[in-house]
Design a protein around this ligand. Structure first.
Ligand SMILES: [Zn+2]
Length: 474
């Protein structure tokens, strides 16, 4: 039925292997970075992570470097599914046994036959009566809702026909981390009932509004089926949507239409604009007769991760000292540049919806702890609301001194600078103080342009933007 309205593609439901994109390695062009050349396509890229059980769906047009780089994007969704894929025995590449999982309050290990065995803490088990219990399983991997959304959309980019890609340039920028937006539409999920098919091989359905039959539907909607859950979401930043459909209110009619056409389910909305890390959880119910669930004393050594208790305490309970603004001194401001890219006047109304289209460019924060010195490069481009007309570009460089800087940074694992915890107030203050210093010098450069009131400092009043800046440690 939906085929009449939307151009519909379905992958992975029929056991048929599918490799999307150019077969000839000489002719391939990476969907995420446009790289070409046979030598950059040695590995085969899974369009849906292998950890989710995908053995059929591949993308020819994802280069080796993007394949490894984007694994960190995919990991948000993989971790979200950790408990489900362990309990449902989703096969992985290494073993047909279930994965081992050490959660915050449980341990899941395969037995000799590969069947998942769940170990839970007696103190946290809730009795429901009639021999039934419930347990709030808390995973230990952090994910963000925006990360989950990016991982879902990446699967769509990998599997769509090559001819469609031209409309998804900004979507790809967002996945790559080059673009951020304060507002993103919610995604919806529904848990399938136990009698229904379990998707140990994930399935992805794509719906393109190519016929524009419904003006209140976005260009691309997708449904992912994996294990016992399904996710439905729209793909954001499509050029044909012209900046629409990023607010949930603009999608009410669309969702109403989609939900009536699909099997009735209890759809739950998830706010994807949330960039704060969170733990995933699952409420698990089991009966006394379930031989694969073991209720043990909370002190049992099976609940210990490979880390020592001391390390774990430091990781989870690190309290940074209170950061005070007076610790920061601006040493120098340079390279301040405002460039008007628009050769016509831009109205205030057009400017009310632009701040979301910052293209972060080369912004970076370089921390030199041994010298208490921070070098901040801030740079962004601003476009109109559908990213088609560049408005202006601006940048600046600031050198700061931060007293006792090392107190606000914690290297968590063996001097490995990729494992760093940082005090948020300290980091945010460094960025905001730099933006303010740049604005001090930039303001006069905007005089006489339509952008006279577009404060450089105000642009960074956005935690999402601050988090997206690259951080380097020296
Ligand atoms: Zn690439």
């Amino acid at each position: 039925m939906m085929g009449c309205m939307f151009e519909h593609y379905s992958f992975g439901f029929d056991g048929i292997e599918c490799k999307v994109g150019e077969e000839d390695k000489e002719k391939r062009c990476c969907r995420f970075c446009n790289t070409t050349g046979k030598s950059n396509f040695r590995k085969i890229a899974h369009a849906i992570p292998e950890a989710l059980g995908n053995k059929l769906l591949f993308c020819n047009e994802e280069c080796d470097s993007c394949n490894s780089r984007l694994a960190s994007v995919e990991s948000h969704f993989v971790h979200l599914m950790d408990i489900r894929r362990a309990l449902c025995k989703v096969p992985t590449k290494k073993t047909s046994k279930t994965i081992s999982l050490y959660g915050e309050n449980f341990t899941l290990l395969p037995d000799e036959q590969g069947t998942p065995n769940l170990y839970v803490k007696r103190e946290e088990v809730k009795h429901k009566g009639n021999g039934w219990y419930s347990y709030h399983l808390k995973n230990s991997s952090e994910v963000t809702n925006e990360g989950i959304y990016k991982a879902l959309v990446k699967m769509v980019i990998d599997l769509m026909p090559t001819s469609e890609l031209t409309h998804f340039k900004n979507t790809i920028n967002w996945i790559n981390g080059y673009q951020t937006d304060r507002n993103l539409p919610s995604v919806f999920y529904a848990v399938r009932s136990p009698e229904e098919r379990l998707y140990l091989q994930p399935r992805l359905d794509l719906f393109f509004n190519t016929k524009q039959k419904y003006i209140d539907s976005p260009y691309c909607t997708a449904i992912l089926f994996t294990v016992d859950i399904q996710y439905i979401f729209v793909v954001p930043f499509v050029d044909l949507d012209r900046g629409q459909f990023k607010y949930n209110e603009q999608l009410l009619e669309h969702w109403k239409r989609m939900f009536t056409m699909l099997t009735p389910r209890q759809w739950v909305g998830q706010n994807t604009s949330d960039t704060n890390p969170a733990y995933t959880w699952l409420n698990f119910e089991f009966s006394r007769s379930n031989k694969n669930v073991h209720i043990l004393d909370g002190a049992d050594k099976i609940f210990k991760k490979y880390k020592t208790e001391e390390e774990k305490w430091q990781l989870n309970n690190h309290q940074f000292p209170l950061f005070e603004q007076k610790l920061i001194t601006v040493e120098s401001v340079s390279n301040v540049c405002f460039e008007n890219l628009c050769n016509r006047w831009v109205s205030q109304r057009e400017l009310s919806d632009v701040s979301i289209n910052h293209n972060l460019g080369e912004s970076s924060v370089e921390m030199d702890t041994s010298n208490n010195s921070v070098l901040v490069n801030l740079e962004f481009d601003v476009f109109n609301s559908d990213n088609t007309i560049p408005f202006f570009r601006c940048k600046g460089k600031v050198k700061l001194e931060v007293k006792s800087m090392e107190k606000f940074i914690l290297v968590t694992e063996n001097n490995d600078t990729t494992n760093i915890e940082m005090d948020w107030t300290f980091y945010k203050s460094v960025v905001l103080k730099s933006a303010k210093a740049i604005e001090g010098k930039m303001r006069k450069q905007r005089l006489g342009t339509p952008f006279v009131n577009c404060s450089f400092e105000a642009a960074f009043d956005n935690e999402r933007l601050i988090r997206a800046i690259k951080v380097w440690y020296l």
